[in-house]
Design a protein around this ligand. Sequence first.
Ligand code: AMP
Length: 319
Amino acid sequence: MKTSKPRVVTTRQELAKESQRLMQEVAAAGSRPSLGLVPTMGALHQGHETLARAARADNDVVLATIFVNPLQFGDTGDLERYPRTLESDVEILAGCGVDLVFAPPLEEVYPDGLPLVRISAGALGGKFEGASRPGHFDGALTVVAKLLHYGAPAATSQGPTTYRAYFGQKDAQQLALVRRMVSDLNFDVDIVGVPIVRADDGVALSSRNRFLGPDERKAAATLSSALRTLARRAAANEPLEMDEVAELVHAHPLVDLDYLEVVNPDTLEPLGENCRYTPFTGRALALIAARVGPVRLIDNMELSGVHDGGTWEHSRATG
Ligand code: AMP
């Protein structure tokens, strides 16, 4: 494993030069290099590490980006509070064997101020997280589009090659929307989804967890515990009875539940009523979001019926 510190660049010009140099080095050794891009907002933890390690395992050259994107924050307080830990982030990325880190200042990404023209996340962008954070996904997709563009010249500099970008399944709605953007707008990049990393208490790792007090941290575990209950019922082909599970979460005094929903894993369309009371078969995704103390938490889990009757469409049709 490579552990030497990656070079950190802050301008697009340096990024283009250095990333193309790295690709050229691999090409000179005789193989056509692939490029992996890992976009992050910094404050890195083991969740981000798995993304970087997956990118390292799959690609010849790995580029990570650290940029706290103001366009996706509705609340300026949340933006100002967002942890910034560049030095330790670079250490972590070094440990994962990342080759190059792009950590631009705001003006480098938005030289003319915030952009007039943005990506629209459409109807899916207004649901779930988008319902309580208007414009969040438009902002997130706009910066992801930019970051994917920043990597593209290096990806093609040594001729056609594989260009991959890594996103966590933790942000299931973001991942679904990035996949749709890449497909709808013909971006030449493969999107790789990486499984959620959890702490021992089941809580999905998040840069915002550090703002939870000890009691809030215990309360946060209610979210993954609710998801596990649904996953257990699904695996046993039992009805999910989501309302009962939601009630248990609601009952916790420190948890303010926003939504608990079971959806098609690809489109995030809700499954409807049938899976609540009829035996669960097929495949689905359970999504949950809640405010716990000062923090909004999201989590999700795949649901899979043992006697897999086929796809979710099948389970709906038979419900
Ligand atoms: P962020 O820095 O929060 O924007 O996250 C950067 C990337 O890391 C996103 O693709 C996230 O989905 C992913 N990520 C964040 N937390 C986790 C986690 N606990 N497990 C896996 N991936 C994660």
